[in-house]
Ligand binder design. Structure first.
Ligand SMILES: Cc1cc2nc3c(=O)[nH]c(=O)nc-3n(C[C@H](O)[C@H](O)[C@H](O)COP(=O)(O)OP(=O)(O)OC[C@H]3O[C@@H](n4cnc5c(N)ncnc54)[C@H](O)[C@@H]3O)c2cc1C
Length: 492
């Protein structure tokens, strides 16, 4: 290494893969050395879904190759840990990185002496979000989102929302449509880099996920052309006829840097301006990206490092066998969702919330074990996004700091919004007896078990009061014990 030529080392974590943002935005090709590190700890430290590892590593190697081609000085290092990789450089030049995306990585890099520049992979600076959050009584996403629309000037005319409303969800939220054909998701050809990574990891990748900037851009174009129009109406539906419905499938690229939230929103608004796309779909999608995504990231930093460890409902059940083997259940919904996840490391937000998190919540599964399992198995998982979504939104382990009430639902709700109940061994309408849907039984048992906690929550009072109308509570409690035992043994 010719140290004399290097003024700065620019360290690029695997979720900052973008030439226009982070430290690369100010890079000097002649005097800066760009460093990416593939650490063994990252590859082998946990029981990662192979598709997820493949996506992260192949994207990073494609990115390093693109930087070299663009004339940057690049070192792609394989090392035991990130810090070992940085040490192996043997260079005294200062090291810069955009603010990392987790508390842990920030602390490790800071301790090693890495200097941070503000993270511009999000549209909301962390300080700006903290200022907003500090003024709130409760952190309602919708309030944040409306302020974002104004601040970023997106779908706003003279301070008012385009079309007359801030939120069109009352026109959305349809159940699964009958005789409707959803578009096929894009399929990506695997190139030499992909194949080399797959070989090293000892796996065969699917063709669902892009691993380069160019292919991520084609995924964006595909979404805008084929799925944006239908995005709103079916965003909360689940159907057996399509695993992706009209979802964008863009979260992996938004989260590893191949796409930036700004360009995704620009592309969607541009399509809206060209006509033919209904406002309720455009608004719903924009809300996900400038609202939910930014709110979740802001809350991760605002709520602090200890938030991850909360367990407000004292949930201590070990992770259920069905989470690691889709065949360990007779529940059609859970088995199908886990099987989908096994095949492609992704399911959309309703299965994440209504099936997987709901199951963990109602069974009293330990939040940290569930969080770790989610982190390991989703292609788009990262600490900043999984922690608030799971601990707060999914399993209410934060006693309501993020969401005022738990997202608990029984079988009838699942039956209304999905097609999983057709042909299932269990009946969503039954609460007790051996054919009762485990979700229905566990929903009432959950309210019963946490009756004292939730009766103080006015948003839960109607649900808790419903317990009084149950004539079969003793039988239901017995059935709940059997269901929990059966789930623990992988036989329900
Ligand atoms: C329990 C749980 C865990 C989740 N874990 C993750 C995760 O690890 N990574 C992740 O990116 N999203 C996560 N989400 C949010 C959401 O489920 C995914 O972003 C979405 O399913 C990704 O698919 P898509 O790109 O097709 O999304 P679309 O439905 O097309 O939505 C567009 C974009 O909106 C953003 N978005 C929407 N909701 C959220 C949200 N709650 N948090 C953050 N971004 C959001 C995503 O960037 C997404 O790509 C989680 C949600 C729940 C309920």
């Amino acid at each position: 290494m010719q140290e004399i030529l290097i003024n700065r080392v620019l360290y690029i974590p695997f979720d900052h893969l973008n030439q226009s943002f982070g430290v690369l935005a100010t890079a000097n090709k002649d005097s800066d050395l760009v460093v990416l590190i593939e650490s063994k700890r990252m590859l082998t430290g946990r029981n990662w879904h192979p598709e997820r590892l493949f996506f992260l590593v192949s994207s990073a190697r494609h990115f390093a190759a693109e930087l070299l081609q663009a004339g940057f000085k690049v070192e792609y290092i394989k090392a035991e840990t990130t810090i070992d990789g940085l040490k192996s450089l043997g260079i005294s030049a200062p090291i810069y990185c955009a603010e990392p995306s987790s508390f842990r990585q920030s602390a490790q890099l800071k301790e090693f002496g890495v200097s941070f520049i503000p993270n511009d992979f999000f549209l909301t600076p962390r300080t700006l979000f903290s200022e907003w959050a500090a003024k709130q009584k409760s952190f309602v996403m919708e309030n944040f989102y409306r302020a974002q629309r104004q601040r970023l000037n997106i779908l706003v005319e003279a301070g008012a929302p385009e079309g007359g409303q801030w939120n069109y969800d009352k026109d959305n939220r349809l159940g699964p449509p009958k005789n409707y054909v959803f578009p096929e998701p894009l399929s990506f050809q695997r190139d030499e880099i992909d194949l080399a990574v797959a070989k090293e990891l000892g796996m065969t990748p699917t063709s669902y996920w892009a691993t380069s900037r160019a292919s991520a851009l084609s995924a964006l174009e595909h979404f805008v052309e084929h799925n944006l129009t239908g995005f709103g109406p079916y965003e909360d539906a689940s159907t057996n006829s399509s695993w992706s419905l009209h979802h964008s499938l863009l979260s992996p690229y938004l989260n590893n840097g191949l796409l930036h939230a700004g360009e995704v929103v620009d592309a969607v608004v541009k399509k809206y301006r060209s006509g033919n796309v209904p406002i309720q779909s455009v608004e719903a999608f924009v809300r996900q990206v400038i609202g939910w995504r930014e709110h979740i990231n802001g809350m991760y930093w605002f709520l602090g490092e200890e938030y991850r460890e909360l367990n407000g409902l004292s949930a201590n059940r070990r992770i259920l066998p069905v989470f690691t083997d889709s065949k360990k259940t007779k529940m059609n919904c859970v088995g199908s969702v886990v099987a989908d996840l096994e095949s492609r490391a992704w399911v959309h937000h309703i299965p994440r919330l209504m099936i997987l998190s709901n199951l963990a919540l109602l069974t009293g599964t330990n939040p940290q074990q569930f969080l770790d399992w989610m982190r390991e198995n989703f292609i788009d998982a990262a600490e900043w996004v999984m922690v608030p979504n799971v601990i707060g939104m999914g399993v209410h382990a934060d006693s309501g700091r993020l969401m005022t009430k738990p997202y608990a639902g029984g079988g009838s709700y699942i039956s209304r919004m999905t097609e999983y109940c057709k042909g299932c061994s269990y009946d969503p309408k039954l609460r007790s007896g051996e054919n009762a849907c485990p979700f229905t039984t566990l929903y009432w048992d959950f309210l019963d078990r946490h009756h004292e906690t939730f009766k103080k929550n006015h948003r839960m009072s109607q649900q808790v009061n419903g317990l009084k109308r149950l004539s079969d509570l003793p039988e239901l409690r017995e059935r709940a014990k059997e269901v929990l035992l059966g789930l623990d043994q992988g036989t329900i």
